[in-house]
Design a protein around this ligand. Structure first.
Ligand SMILES: Nc1ncnc2c1ncn2[C@@H]1O[C@H](COP(=O)(O)OP(=O)(O)OP(=O)(O)O)[C@@H](O)[C@H]1O
Ligand SMILES: [Mg+2]
Length: 264
């Protein structure tokens, strides 16, 4: 059986009231989820349903009110090198070149210079940035910056990659290019990935499995396997299997948004 990399059990998050007039805010409720080794899991849900809160708790950047997060069967609390995070903002060091940005984590781990240069080179090639080793972040487009951020995180060889809307700031075409790149990388490197988005196309294009979340307080509404054979690229966006799945998820999210608007 496939090994379970990440396990989240009965997770709840309440943001306590700030002052007398506010009420406590239930952000997440009864969240149970698993990501198996080499699996690409996507969580999709409406804005404000608690997606970032969840991934930040898994990444150890925030505490859960209740419940547990385990990596390889060990419960985690704070952040750790076992989890590599990629956010919508590129969070590169502006004064470091592409190469040095990618080497940064390895340098912190005291990997010798020659070795870290070799590792950085591998990931530069993987994300298609050969020739830009000496460029500074300000000289790069958004898509290229996100390639650097992905390469930097992969170079640290985390047990799991946690990605929170990493392509959210990109234009539609660049976004698809980056989705195809990530689909290819994940299949080549067999990385374990938990990816968060509110974009249904993106979710289906990338995922082996999709967790659909409800509106706030975020719960897991449905778990769906994506069984679309062959390469994951833009061509599948119009296949009948893809569209059938898209319709199903759209209807669920539509209902959630309508309930939210009517405050049911
Ligand atoms: N530090 C905080 N203190 C109080 N409330 C917070 C805090 N962080 C998030 N929230 C609230 O928790 C809820 C979930 O927020 P979160 O950012 O996790 O949603 P999201 O699903 O990532 O939304 P989006 O799709 O817009 O990124 C929101 O109602 C938000 O206002
Ligand atoms: Mg968010």
């Amino acid at each position: 059986m496939d090994k379970i990399k990440l396990k989240v059990t009965n997770l709840q998050k309440v943001f306590p009231a700030n002052g007398r007039k506010e009420k406590d805010l239930d952000a997440l409720k009864d969240i149970n989820l698993e990501v198996k080794e080499s699996e690409f899991v996507v969580m999709v849900g409406p804005s404000g349903c608690g997606k970032s809160t969840l991934i930040n708790i898994i990444g150890g950047l925030a505490d859960a009110t209740e419940g547990s997060v385990e990596i390889d069967g060990r419960e985690v609390s704070g952040p750790g090198a076992d989890r590599g995070m990629v956010f919508q903002g590129y969070s590169l060091f502006p004064w470091l070149t592409v190469q040095k940005n990618i080497e940064f984590g390895l340098k912190m781990k005291k990997v010798p210079k020659a070795e870290r240069e070799k590792i950085a080179q591998e990931y530069i090639q993987l994300v298609g940035l050969s020739g830009f080793e000496n460029a500074l972040p300000k000289q790069l487009s958004g898509g290229m910056k996100q390639r650097v951020a992905i390469a930097r995180t992969l170079a640290n060889q985390p047990e799991i990659l946690l990605m929170d809307e990493p392509f959210g700031a990109l234009d539609a075409q660049t976004r698809v290019v980056m989705q195809e790149l990530l689909a290819k990388i994940s299949r080549e490197t067999k990385n374990t990935i938990l990816f968060i988005t509110h974009d249904i196309d993106e979710a289906i294009l990338l995922a082996d499995r999709i967790y659909v979340m409800s509106r706030r307080p975020g719960t897991i509404r449905e778990v769906m396997e994506v069984n679309i054979p062959g390469e994951r690229n833009h061509e599948i966006l119009v296949t009948p299997e893809f569209l059938a799945m898209k319709r199903k998820i759209m209807e669920m999210l539509w209902q959630e948004s309508q309930d939210a608007a009517l405050d049911k």
